[in-house]
Design a protein around this ligand. Sequence first.
Ligand SMILES: Cc1cc2nc3c(=O)[nH]c(=O)nc-3n(C[C@H](O)[C@H](O)[C@H](O)COP(=O)(O)OP(=O)(O)OC[C@H]3O[C@@H](n4cnc5c(N)ncnc54)[C@H](O)[C@@H]3O)c2cc1C
Length: 383
Amino acid sequence: MPATHPCDVAIVGGGLAGGLIALALAAKRPGCTIRLIESGARIGGNHLWSFFASDVAAHDRWLVAPLISYGWTGYDVAFPGHGRTLKAHYYSIESERFDRVIRAALPEEAVMRRKVLAASSKAVVLADGDRVEAGGVIDCRGPGDLGLLELGWQKFYGRELRLSEPHDLARPMLMDATVEQTDGYRFVYALPFAATRLFVEDTYYSDTPAVDLEAMGARLDGYAAAHGWHAEQLVREEAGSLPVVMGGDFEGYWQSGGNKVAKAGVRAGLFHPLTSYTLPDAVRTAALVAGASDLSGAGLHDLLHGHARRTWKRRGFYRLLAAMLFKAAEPGERYKVLERFYRLDPHLIARFYAAQSTLFDRGRVLAGKPPVPVKRAIKAIRK
Ligand SMILES: Cc1cc2nc3c(=O)[nH]c(=O)nc-3n(C[C@H](O)[C@H](O)[C@H](O)COP(=O)(O)OP(=O)(O)OC[C@H]3O[C@@H](n4cnc5c(N)ncnc54)[C@H](O)[C@@H]3O)c2cc1C
């Protein structure tokens, strides 16, 4: 007999956005019954999420603090024309810990390992025939119809390695663009977890989402060999293609993820258009939901739709930069845009990552001789 599971708030999809909303509600609204419905075995899947301290407002840090696996106080970047060490607190969250912390914060019955077939603003239909009936539903199942957005891609293949000898990295290398430039803007990203433990990732700002694991793996092997890193064990690997957003129809995208249903995370269009990072937005959204006076389906829809629409409007500048990067710069020359950007003031860089660039920052980023052909830059801006 199919069963009905009642609750106050049903969260559909236990990834980054859904997991953080569940955690925030558990902490701030202890009387509120939650169902976090995730088809995968682990809340958060197989991920490593990183962010700068300045991406998260001081009043929201309590939410991420228990989730952090690693932290550093500075990072490096390297380009053909210059290298630089920047001071900034940078953190990484592993999905394994994310899963553990969230399960510990919720009653056992709150986490349901089920596949969802459909969600409305007040009900969720599960693949096994059961239903969840809720005061309000938030859909966090990942992307809506990305075809409605104008996209480039950030794609990557990362490996966590256990080394036979200590490595030579004093701090994270966020962009090593001294590597061969191929398939767009290419750089290697490396995080030192411990003396003999490293995460190293081959990344591309590419015109296509296709991930060629064999070619990327061979390039990672070459990078490791050049640094004298001998891997004893491949601990974990991750690969993906994230949308870099140059434009598109926000309302169409929102509705493609389900009409009148509240949404969060990538499904709500809540990402940084150029870095594709969603963690800072996911934290803000979770805090917003936990503080909401109206947790009904309609109330949550209006709250999150308004929040996502305002956020989208404010981020035109980053979509413009994405268009300049993808349309004005030849793929092999894209690195010059980032090389120039990384000569700017560290505070401006931090505000850029947090999607909090001031008017002055915007002028500063666009001022001077652009490292891309001027005519093509103007065309990219006008489109
Ligand atoms: C490998 C990788 C690394 C990334 N690194 C970073 C980073 O360092 N920093 C950062 O800010 N961003 C990063 N991102 C980008 C972005 O933050 C992540 O994609 C983030 O996980 C998106 O959060 P989300 O909650 O919207 O979607 P997801 O985390 O993808 O969550 C969606 C969840 O819904 C579940 N689901 C889907 N359909 C159903 C269904 N029918 N029934 C039940 N459950 C369902 C999925 O199993 C999944 O767990 C990364 C992305 C990838 C792919």
